[in-house]
Design a protein around this ligand. Structure first.
Ligand code: MSP
Length: 654
């Protein structure tokens, strides 16, 4: 059983925003659901680099476009990793595997007579990277980019005979209603097909940035014709035919509603022309707005997903986007609503349930729960929720899948109230009943956490650990572990509150629509500059009362001990050393601005202190995951923070 799914590949003229993150997160939920259901899953994402806007942005920054795209790749990968998006492959359209596939497909269509030379005269919206007809414009402007004036272009182009495939496409839409979902999007495309199709331009003349057409190298392939081919290129089209036949056709393309036409009309016609099978399904998701407004950089309504994830971690954001927005429809994000949902679903409901169980298990049963009872009504709710969850998730009604899992959480809270374990505990004659109640609550939490694993992978893994699940998370399977198992002794593990209640206010989220994080590279440079490693600290003085921070603020900075395993100088850098450090539970690469004070071999074996929960940043092409602490005197060299007594890697410093 295999499942190959993809997301749209992103233009890299700007950083990810909450809208593009929405697509990656929801596709990740599907990928994780498929893995949990036992599919061998291949989840592809990537970057769309041959856009005119990307080229322009690179030139504006004084960078070679490729170097610019290399930097942006790091930024995108860091964002997706921070959001726990578990892609298996990440393709870039400047890679050779992609170029090979584009050349092969373009040549195949040309040899078939489906690509011919002509002249294009008309409008072009650079932001959409799309040729526009008069009827597509409103008052002479592209409705999606009203601040820009479309360009009038007249150039010799190569055209693709899209019109030739209109009947075959219409037939495919009618015969295979599942091809495009949800139904609203399918109806839109049906109407478009019924109205007829015109041939489309597939090259741009006089441009340097792009893949030259193999049969007319003075022209570059039009960015959309180029980009769509990434899905086939990534699984070997043009480079590894055996692999291609294993994974193609794709099972699912997840894309936004604005680009379903490219994916369900243009792309299938290209594949038909090349004699290749069509993707099985395209899902056109809706739009996420910010405070009711379209996310847009120029309007200051763009929100950086890293800023949102920084507030409560990635999982509450993932849950919000999945549970609060009906998949397929549009949705909205506001900080107020986000905090409200966080408190209701996580702090007060699921988080509180886990804390209550561990406290009761410890108090009444020394944290050891033996299998007892059948689970009664709670077990019935869990089984019914599993059925609802599966039928929702199988048709990508992700919001309903999440709601089904929360039914179990609600039922478990009610079950505790009805059975009052604290009252049972007072009467030794009711010991067996108390065993059954506690075990049932643990089992209900376990089932809910399995169902929610695709949505909140990190937190659910922790919940499963706390309720004594011994199967490794990657080995859990829905048809076995999503059921009421009622087996095995459960050792309950106590821990800090998973989601402390959020009060907002000064410690709350930035409430301005333009609150954005700075470019990570600049960010690191600034940090390297500002850290005492490089700069003279001001004479210590009592902070003004209103500038002082609370203990909660301080505790947000997670400082941990780390042992240096490897150290090497960073080529061409005067200050940077690249360290590989052991944190007890994991190993990481961290850059430190200490090269002027320490030789790499003096560092190996030392214990240092690092800021553990710092956003990753890329410098000199290396991703740094943390910051090493050091002190320095006026104009002096940095001295690493060290310990007088022995410590182990991974200890928290506070
Ligand atoms: N590069 C093209 C896609 C080529 S796929 C072969 C592109 N890139 S994009 O960066 O503009 O958009 C990437 C994806 O994010 C698209 O699926 C788009 O619909 C989606 N979204 C962009 N803004 C969005 C929201 N505000 N909300 C939800 N999805 C959004 O188009």
């Amino acid at each position: 059983m295999r499942f190959f799914l993809t997301t749209a590949i992103d233009y890299v003229n700007s950083r990810p925003h909450l809208g593009t993150a929405y697509e990656k997160i929801t596709a990740d939920v599907i990928a994780r659901y498929k893995r949990l259901s036992g599919f061998e899953t291949h989840f592809l994402m990537g970057n769309d680099e041959h856009s005119q806007n990307v080229y322009k942005r690179a030139i504006e920054r004084g960078l070679d476009p490729r170097a610019y795209c290399d930097q942006m790749e790091q930024e995108f990968r860091a964002s997706w990793t921070q959001l726990d998006v578990s892609f298996d492959d990440f393709i870039r359209t400047t890679e050779s595997r992609h170029t090979a596939a584009v050349r092969k497909l373009a040549q195949t269509c040309f040899d078939k007579g489906d690509i011919y030379a002509g002249t294009y005269e008309g409008w072009y919206c650079v932001s959409c990277e799309a040729f526009k007809q008069e009827k597509d414009l409103a008052g002479g402007k592209c409705p999606l980019h009203p601040t820009l004036t479309p360009e009038w272009i007249r150039e010799k182009n190569y055209f693709f005979r899209l019109s030739k495939y209109r009947d075959a496409l219409l037939r495919h839409f009618i015969d295979t209603p599942s091809f495009l979902q949800p139904d609203g999007r399918r109806n839109e495309m049906l109407r478009l097909l019924e109205a007829g199709l015109e041939d489309i331009s597939v090259s741009r003349a006089g441009q340097l940035w792009g893949i030259p057409l193999p049969f007319a190298p003075d022209n570059v392939v039009y960015v959309w014709f180029d980009a769509l081919i990434n899905y086939a290129a990534a699984v070997g089209y043009g480079t590894d035919e055996a692999r291609f036949s294993t994974w193609w056709p794709a099972d699912l393309h997840v894309v936004g509603k604005d680009i379903t036409r490219f994916h369900t009309v243009v792309w299938p016609a290209m594949l038909m022309s090349a004699g290749l099978p069509l993707p099985k399904q395209v899902y056109g998701h809706g739009w996420v707005n910010f405070g009711g407004q379209r996310m847009s950089k120029s309007l200051g309504t763009s929100l950086d997903p890293s800023d949102v994830a920084a507030r409560f971690g990635p999982d509450p954001l993932r849950l919000y986007l999945v549970k609060e927005i009906s998949y397929g429809g549009d949705g909205d994000f506001t900080w107020e609503r986000y905090e409200e949902r966080y408190n209701v679903d996580l702090a007060n409901n699921l988080g509180n349930l886990v804390s209550r169980l561990s406290a009761m298990a410890e108090k009444y049963r020394q944290s050891r729960l033996v299998p007892a009872g059948t689970g009664g009504r709670l077990a019935q709710v869990a089984e019914a929720s599993l059925a609802r969850y599966r039928s929702a998730m199988d048709v990508f009604a992700l919001h309903d899948g999440a709601a089904a899992a929360f039914q179990i959480v609600d039922a478990a809270n009610e079950f505790i109230a009805e059975n009052a374990p604290w009252a049972l505990a007072k009467n030794p004659a009711q010991a067996a009943q108390l065993d059954a109640v506690l075990f049932s609550v643990a089992e209900a939490i376990r089932v809910a956490a399995v169902l929610l694993l695709p949505v909140m992978p990190g937190s659910c893994a922790e919940i499963l650990r706390r309720v004594g699940e011994t199967t490794a998370v990657g080995d859990l399977r829905l048809d076995r572990d999503g059921r009421w198992r009622g087996d095995g002794v459960r050792t309950i593990v106590k821990g800090a509150a998973l989601w402390p209640r959020a009060e907002g206010g000064p410690n709350g989220p930035p409430l301005r629509p333009d609150a954005r994080s700075v470019n990570v590279e600049a960010d690191l440079q600034v940090r390297l500059k500002e850290t005492p490693v490089e700069e003279t600290p001001a004479a210590p003085a009592a902070a003004a009362p209103d500038a002082r921070i609370s203990i909660d603020d301080f505790m947000k900075v997670e400082l941990r001990t780390a042992r240096v395993l490897e150290a090497e100088a960073v080529p061409k850098s005067r200050k940077l050393v690249k360290l590989k450090v052991d944190l007890g539970t994991e190993q990481r690469t961290v850059l430190a601005g200490i090269a002027e004070a320490y030789q790499p071999d003096q560092l190996v074996g030392r214990t240092v202190v690092i800021v553990f929960n710092l956003k990753p940043a890329t410098l000199m092409g290396i991703e740094s995951n943390g910051m090493v602490l050091a002190a320095s005197a006026e104009g002096g060299k940095p001295t690493l923070v060290a310990f007088a007594e022995p410590v182990e890697p991974g200890w928290r410093v506070r």
